[in-house]
Structures are given as C-alpha cells and as structure tokens.
Design a protein around this ligand. Structure first.
Ligand code: AMP
Ligand code: MG
Length: 488
C-alpha cells in the first residue's frame, strides 16, 4: 500500500489512535478490484480544505487502494442496544482513516464504509452494496441542506466486485465525514469492559472534541451529558419537523456530537402518520415516526448509565441522582425545540399560549385527511400570501376548518414576515422515497443523470423552481406502502 503522490491537500491527525488500545484495532482497507468514482462531493471537499480536481486524480483513496498521507487506519470498538438487546459490535465494515484538519480549524473523521473486514466483522464480509451507499449519499446531503446536523458523504466509489446478499449486488465504498464517530454505544462498550482509565480517557476525548466548556464544569461528565441531551433534543425536533424516520435508532447509531448517523432503512413520510414504519426488520414498530423522541430519551439513559462511574467521585447514589437530574430534562428540552420549530412552520413569530394546540390540530387534520406532510406545510406560504384559504371542495373538511383558524391566528402576525418565515421553515423538497428508488435503479442500469438531478433538487430544498417541480409532489397513486431493507 502506497501513499498518494498527488496533492489533494490532506492534513491528517489521528487523535483517536492515541486513546487506550481497547477502544480500537488497527485495520487496513482491503484493496478493491476495479475502482470507479461514482460521485464526489465537491462543496464538501472544499469545506474540508481539499482540492476536488486532485481528489479525482487520487480516487484510489476512495476504494482503500491507497491511503492519504498521514493516515493511521483503525476500526473503532463499540457496543449497542439493538432493538433493545445489548450486543458487542464495533466497525465491522468501516475503517476510520484519520481526522482531516480543515482550514477553519475543525476536525473531521474520514471513514471508509464498506472497506473490508476488520476485527469486529464477525460473520460479515465487511463490504457494502452500491445502492445503499448511493442512498446514504443522497439522504445525508438532503439532511444537510435541510439544516439538520448529519454525517456527510464525500464520495462513493464502485469496487468492481460483487457482494453476496439475497442476490449478488455490485459493491461500493462510501467515504463518510463526521464530527466524530463516537456513539452512545462507544460509552456503553467502554463502561462494560471496566478497564481502569479507559472510560475517563474516552470522556476527555469526547469533551475536547464536542463540548470543550464541559471540561471547566464541577462535574465534567454531567456537563457533557447535558450537552448531548440538549443536542439530541434539538436533533429529534428537527427530524420530526421534516418527517424523517431513521428506522434503526439503536444506541450504536446515535452520536454524542448530535449528528444524524447510519442511514440504513431510513425514509421520509409522504402522508402524515405517527405510526409510520418503513424498515422491514422493525416488526414491532419500535422505531416508528412518532416513537422517535421517546427512543432518543431511552438511548440517552444508556449513555447516562455508562457515565455513572465518572460522576461525583464514584459515589453511586449521588452520581445516579446527578445524571437522572439531567436525563429528566430531555422531555422539556425536546418540547421547547419542537414548539419553536412548530411556530416557525406556522409562520408565527409572536408566541401565544394556543400555538401548540393549533399545531397539534393541524397534524390531527392531516392524519384524518391522509394528507401529504411536506406539501401541506409547503402550501401554507401561498395561503398566507393570498390571505385566503383554499376552496372547501379542494381540501378535507378538517383541513378547511383548520386553515380558517390559522388565518385568524396569523392576522395577529406581520403578514410579510410570516410568509417569508413560512418559506424558510417548510421545505418544498425532501428526498421522496419513490424519487430515490428511481435514481438508484437508473444508476444501477448505468445512468447516473437521474441521481445527479435528484441531488441538485435536494440541495435546494426551500425554493420552488421550474426544474424542481417533479420533485415536489408525493408518490403517484397506487405506489403501495414503501419498504426499506437494512444491513445491505
Ligand atoms: P448497522 O446496521 O450498519 O448499524 O451495523 C450494525 C453492526 O453490524 C455494526 O457493527 C456493523 O459494523 C456490522 N455490519 C453491518 N454490515 C456488515 C458487513 N457487511 N460486514 C461486517 N459487519 C457488518
Ligand atoms: Mg450502525
């Protein structure tokens, strides 16, 4: 394995490799047979301080055939509750190359997903298929454009090899970029092995990267937990306001940075339905749309438990009281973020006591009418601008009645401001499930133009343009329930 000779301007550090050894294992990407760069994220490359043209010439890095200068590749150890069951996991098909230091001083993990087997692969092949990696690329870009904290995707490279799933599929490697890959499950693993000093070292590392002010607090572990609780409360409110269903909110798929991670069986709501589940493996609906805030709270309780040995000088009773005090603030924090977002989605700047009820009643009317979540909200701006509700015949009785109440409420808001707030707060474009599938099917058949057009549309989610019209509507009638599949 050689280092790249061209100069994309990598500036690597490997701070994770300086942590105690139980937290990771050295891992070398397995070279791929015939590499083709399928997509390269040029705006992201620029943010990272990388030269996109040089990257295209150094594409071997995106398959793991070459390493960026200064890389010390590892697989990270972690555990996690998967559908409620505790399991030891670790990066079974992902290899952290190192951390790129961006020109603005930020540090980004650069990870190859699908780069071959590691110490944690168990029975798996360490590989990934092209469709799911392109899917992660599109959806993470869409989330970023929607203003939602997320891991990003720098590139997807085809491997020229087959991966064996239910049927043989073309393989690919995704280059994932993240504030870090430290998960709730990383803390669970570290607490479970109970080796002296390891948990404290992980906490110090996580604090330095994600919550430096917590280091000054009387109890840094508690201050860190509070930061994570706050970020997850904010994140969950954002997910709910765009109709995002993560699909596999296991504790290993929840970051302490507050970024959305692990785009497996995720999907976006078309019609509004709190019980919506897309993942074929979520048979009980544990991770249904409406359950997500409660699950986040449950996952944070697992983080809180893991931190107990580091709180209050190891005094169990006091430590439990301290972490519980922080954990119990999750519902209020979530509610505060959710209500602030709800007001923005309704065009409201001057809060009134009835706003929460007004928002809840809109959701109720949408559920009764089986209305499309995104287009219903996106339609509010035009209603506000015309100051008149749609004809009763063009909508459901519940929605028609609600529009009347809402326009009455908006009469106490500055109109022009309300309209522009509505446009900024309600996306017209989400990565519609049927559009994502269409783009992946075309890419699989060798035509990446459909994917490029979808990417262009999801990158500008708040503006109506003539070219994005086809991406603004829900699925054609008769599409049937959408299903997603995990672990591919
Ligand atoms: P995920 O469902 O992607 O969150 O993965 C759950 C666990 O399974 C993680 O530890 C992954 O590293 C591991 N895993 C998933 N797919 C594979 C694979 N093809 N080979 C090895 N490990 C895998
Ligand atoms: Mg995962």
């Amino acid at each position: 394995m050689t280092s790249s000779s061209t100069a994309p301007n990598w500036h690597f550090d490997n701070s994770y490799t300086r942590l105690p050894s139980p937290l990771f294992s050295p891992a070398v990407p397995a070279p791929v047979k015939r590499l083709t760069l399928l997509v390269l994220n040029e705006p992201l490359a620029e943010e990272l301080g990388l030269d996109a043209t040089a990257l295209r010439n150094a594409a071997a890095i995106f398959g793991g055939n070459e390493l960026p200068p200064g890389a010390e590749p590892i697989a990270q150890a972690y555990a996690g509750h998967q559908f409620g069951q505790f399991t030891n996991l670790g990066d079974g098909r992902a290899i952290l190359l190192g951390e790129q230091l961006a020109p603005d001083g930020r540090r980004f993990d650069i990870q190859l997903k699908g780069a071959g087997r590691t110490r944690y692969s168990r029975g798996g092949d360490g590989r990934a298929a092209e469709g799911p990696m392109l899917r992660e690329y599109v959806i993470s870009e869409a989330m970023h454009a929607l203003g939602i904290p997320t891991t990003r995707s720098l590139a997807v490279a085809a491997t020229g090899e087959w991966v064996m799933r239910e049927t043989p599929l073309p393989g690919a490697v995704l280059t994932r970029v993240a504030a870090s890959h430290i998960r709730v499950g990383t803390f669970q693993y570290t607490a479970a092995i109970a080796e002296p000093g390891v948990l404290a070292a992980l906490l110090a590392h996580a604090i330095e990267r994600h919550a430096p002010e917590a280091a000054q607090a009387g109890d840094p572990a508690v201050a860190f937990l509070e930061q994570v609780v706050e970020r997850q409360a904010a994140l969950l409110a954002k997910w709910m306001h765009v109709g995002f269903v993560h699909g596999v909110m296991n504790t290993d798929n929840m970051t302490v940075s507050g970024e959305t991670i692990d785009y497996g069986p995720c999907a976006f709501l078309d019609t509004y339905d709190r019980a919506a589940v897309f993942s074929s493996i979520d048979r009980q609906g544990r991770y249904a749309y409406g359950n997500q805030p409660a699950i986040a709270h449950w996952n944070l309780a697992r983080l809180a438990e893991s931190l107990i040995p580091l709180v209050s000088g190891g005094d169990d009773e006091r430590a439990i009281t301290a972490v519980r005090g922080v954990l119990d603030t999750f519902p209020e924090r979530y509610e505060r973020h959710h209500l602030a977002g709800a007001r923005a989605k309704l065009g409201i700047t001057a809060p009134e006591a009835g706003d929460r009820l007004l928002f809840g009643d809109l959701l109720g009317a949408m559920a009764a009418a089986e209305a499309d979540f995104t287009t219903t909200f996106a339609g509010l701006a035009a209603i506000a601008e015309s100051r008149s509700r749609p004809e009763a015949s063009s909508t459901s009785p519940e929605l028609h009645a609600w529009y009347g109440r809402w326009l009455e409420r908006l009469s106490r808001e500055p109109w022009r401001q309300a309209a522009s707030l509505l446009r900024r707060s309600n996306p017209v474009i989400i990565p519609r499930n049927h559009r994502v599938e269409e783009a992946l099917a075309a890419a699989a058949a060798g035509d990446r133009g459909v994917l490029e057009r979808l990417l262009a549309a999801v990158r500008e989610p708040y503006v109506e343009t003539p070219t994005n019209a086809p991406y603004r509507t829900g699925p054609p009638a008769g599409c049937g329930p959408y299903r997603t599949f995990c672990g591919t």
